[in-house]
Design a protein around this ligand. Structure first.
Ligand code: SAM
Length: 231
């Protein structure tokens, strides 16, 4: 696993200083996964590629240095925590609606002695009430379709900042279906960029949604409304 991480980070042009912390994080993840559901991916090579390098690939796509970043629906910490480990100047908020996962992330952060990481138990649409326009970058992977996810994430982004959605390469229709929602929420899909996870044949997609103006106060709505009547 160590070699996979080192060569993968090198392929991405990223430093390897965070490798010991990533290895420890993997151990904690596999251990805790025995007693609670954190991830379906448990093989060390798959954790390295599909969790760590997939997350770290974002650092090549955008400038995260000294940025405030929120990871919405972070689960066991992806992509947020590998981003923070590889790029230590990030000031990170990890947000998830499942408290057990947040408790796990607090344990990991304490174990790795990571500063500037806040682990929040809450729903994104409720967290927005006190944190509108607060983050330079909001990330999210595998939480909801882009139409709904935009209402969870865009309100949190500062005007001029970005919501970066990690999607599959066959997400053209999903992205097209989200255009109206993105516009109503004050954003614009600026670019989609497909990338390869180093050391694998897996390709994923990053959707760059730029926040061009403030999100109207009526958004986000309660989750039941977002789901029943997506924008
Ligand atoms: N992002 C992680 C990853 O890619 O491995 C976890 C993905 S997991 C499939 C989705 C996570 O989103 C779950 O941990 C769930 O509790 C969380 N979630 C779903 N809806 C949410 C919401 N409205 N606000 C915050 N978290 C939410």
């Amino acid at each position: 696993m160590e070699q996979l991480l080192r060569s993968g980070l090198s392929t991405l042009g990223l430093p390897a200083d965070g490798v010991p912390a990533l290895l420890r994080y993997a151990d904690l993840l596999v251990e805790k996964n025995k007693v609670m559901n954190l991830t379906a991916i448990t093989d060390p090579a798959d954790i390295a590629a599909l969790h760590f390098l997939d997350s770290a690939a974002l650092l090549k796509a955008a400038d995260f240095r000294n940025k405030t970043v929120a990871d919405v629906g972070t689960g066991a910490g992806f992509p947020g925590l590998p981003l923070r480990i590889v790029e230590p100047t990030i000031r990170l908020t990890l947000l998830d609606s499942l408290n057990k996962r947040i408790d796990f992330l607090k344990e990991v952060c304490a174990d790795l002695e990571l500063s500037d990481v806040t682990c929040v138990h809450g729903r994104a649409e409720e967290f927005a009430a006190g944190h509108r326009g607060s983050f330079d970058i909001v990330t999210s992977r595998a939480v909801a379709n882009l139409q709904m996810l935009s209402e969870l994430c865009l309100p949190l982004v500062k005007p001029g900042g970005y919501f970066l959605a990690m999607k599959s390469v066959d997400s053209d229709e999903e992205i097209a279906a989200a255009k109206n929602a993105v516009k109503l929420l004050g954003g614009a899909v600026e670019e989609t960029r497909d990338y390869a996870i180093p050391g694998t044949s897996v390709r994923h997609r990053l959707v760059f949604v730029k926040k061009i103006k403030e999100t109207p106060k009526k958004y986000p709505r309660a989750f039941a409304k977002i789901k029943k009547n997506p924008l």
